[in-house]
Design a protein around this ligand. Structure first.
Ligand code: FES
Length: 104
């Protein structure tokens, strides 16, 4: 495990999606209403368009490119099914959001 700082915890809000860069890789921190923030690769599993530009309503994330729909709590694709966003281990330490980009 090699956690690295991504952003300040104070930038995260329940019901919001925060895009961040870790080196040259874009990730998103998605905090669904009533849930916990989790870190995901920003590349849409369809054709790789950035989900950091997607539309998140606190429950559902819509990819702006072709409208694939993701569950805000799990990152699983709801439409079409059978796909999911790649999740990274995430923790909060001393007010910083940390992500392990090598973790599964
Ligand atoms: S790239 Fe996201 S739906 Fe096509």
């Amino acid at each position: 495990m090699a956690f690295e700082n991504v952003c300040k915890q104070s930038l995260l809000y329940e019901g919001e999606l925060v895009p961040c860069m870790v080196g040259d890789q874009e990730i998103v921190i998605m905090w669904p209403d009533g849930g916990q923030p989790r870190a995901y690769e920003a590349r849409c599993p369809h054709e790789g368009v950035s989900l950091g530009c997607g539309d998140f309503n606190g429950r559902i994330l819509y990819c702006g490119a072709h409208g694939w729909v993701f569950d805000g709590h799990t990152g699983k694709c709801l439409q079409p099914t059978g796909w999911e966003m790649k999740e990274y281990p995430m923790r909060i330490e001393a007010g910083m959001v940390q992500v392990d980009m090598a973790g599964d």
